[in-house]
Design a binder for this molecule. Structure first.
Ligand SMILES: [Mg+2]
Length: 379
């Protein structure tokens, strides 16, 4: 394989509307947006990446600052390029590294590297341990206009359907968005969702940091009795001490990481603050950082179940990493409405009858994006 160089680094901003707006502890989701990164080489190869979070910020950072650093480089040097981007932005932005922007570029370079070698990313990371990954359903969001009983009914019906399909579901708590409190959250899980999905279903609970540590301890003790598998983001991401104290105080596993950067994962592991680590590849620095976090987690004896949210690019990248992880990791399977997820890769990442999702076989990330859908949603 002869070397090539990066000719261009471009962003592709996408916007779509879900069937119906939905809410979680921190916000209402009125639109589904994505910022993809398209890297093209001098010989016409194309790699795709994705950035977590708002389009604004990452788009400008990539186009105006990161692209000139990457252009002219050999995409095979992805880890070296990643470190250059991290170090250059750290110096430029008063030590605040824009990890979502770096993530998108990093993922596109891994995709390109794999395509040039004719190898999947999982193969380049050392080989897959599994060809399909069990999935759990994320969804069960709050909806506008429903009173509390109606919220409970809609959520439990959705959870029951997802439990039938996948055998593992994640309930959202944080009804504070609607003016309720932790008692209503506990009621939702205790007397509603657990009853609806039955005792055999794996039940996870995600607070999206709705609580302070004292409230989270109280809620967590209720979850202890309900055979909840993990309690996700009970407190704000910066409260590492709160995480650690909760982990000591509760039986239920404490999970977190979707909002954490690599140095923050270092602190979580040093403090023994989580039972399950959830790096998001589009937020924490792409596959370069994701693999390093996973190695760190393995050293600390902490299983990794990546946070996954977004388009088929994010899903494919996550599956490539998950295929290589020890233990029995899950794929977080977003079942909420998102035309981008449903239409950008029509062959998609559907769950099979056994509740697993296949790891893509193709080179790189193993995802082919539909050009018409890209045009349809591009802004
Ligand atoms: Mg979450």
């Amino acid at each position: 394989m002869t070397g090539t160089t990066v000719r261009s680094v471009e962003t592709v901003a996408l916007r779509s509307e879900p069937d119906e707006p939905f809410g979680y502890a921190q916000a209402w989701v009125e639109e589904r947006t994505a910022l993809l990164v398209r890297v093209e080489t001098a010989d016409g190869g194309v790699g795709w990446g994705e950035c977590w979070g708002p389009i604004a910020g990452s788009r400008e950072t990539i186009e105006d600052f990161l692209a000139p650093i990457v252009e002219g480089r050999d995409p095979a040097d992805v880890e070296r390029i990643h470190e250059d981007l991290r170090d250059r932005t750290r110096a430029a932005y008063q030590s605040v590294v824009p990890y979502p922007a770096i993530s998108g570029v990093d993922l596109a370079l891994w995709d390109l590297r794999g395509k040039r070698r004719g190898e999947s990313v999982a193969s380049m990371l050392g080989g897959r341990r599994r060809d399909a990954v069990r999935a759990y359903a994320t969804g069960h969001y709050f909806k506008h206009g429903a009173d509390l009983e109606a919220q409970y009914e809609r959520i439990t019906a959705e959870a029951a359907a997802n439990a039938d399909r996948l055998g593992a579901v994640k309930a959202k708590v944080g009804l504070s968005l609607l003016g309720y409190g932790p008692d209503e959250d506990v009621e939702l899980v205790r007397r509603r969702v657990r009853d609806a999905v039955g005792p055999e279903t794996t039940l996870l609970v995600d607070a999206n940091y709705a609580y302070d540590a004292g409230t989270a301890r109280r809620v967590g003790r209720e979850l202890d009795d309900l055979d909840v598998y993990w309690f996700e983001e009970p407190v704000p991401p910066t409260d590492v001490d709160g995480y650690a104290r909760l982990r000591d105080a509760l039986d239920v596993r404490v999970a977190g990481g979707e909002c954490h950067t690599p140095p923050e994962f270092d602190r979580l592991f040093e403090a023994g603050a989580v039972d399950v680590a959830q790096p998001d590849l589009c937020n924490a620095g792409g596959l370069t950082a994701g693999r390093r976090i996973a190695d760190r987690a393995a050293g600390a004896g902490v299983p990794v179940v990546p946070h996954v949210w977004g388009t088929p690019v994010a899903i494919a990248a996550s599956l490539q990493l998950i295929a290589t992880l020890p233990g029995r990791p899950w794929l977080e399977f977003d079942s909420s409405s998102n035309p981008l997820r449903e239409e950008l890769a029509p062959d998609g990442f559907a769950a099979g009858d056994d509740g697993t999702v296949a790891v893509p076989d193709g080179p790189g990330l193993g995802v082919d994006l539909d050009a018409d859908a890209l045009d349809r949603y591009r802004v």
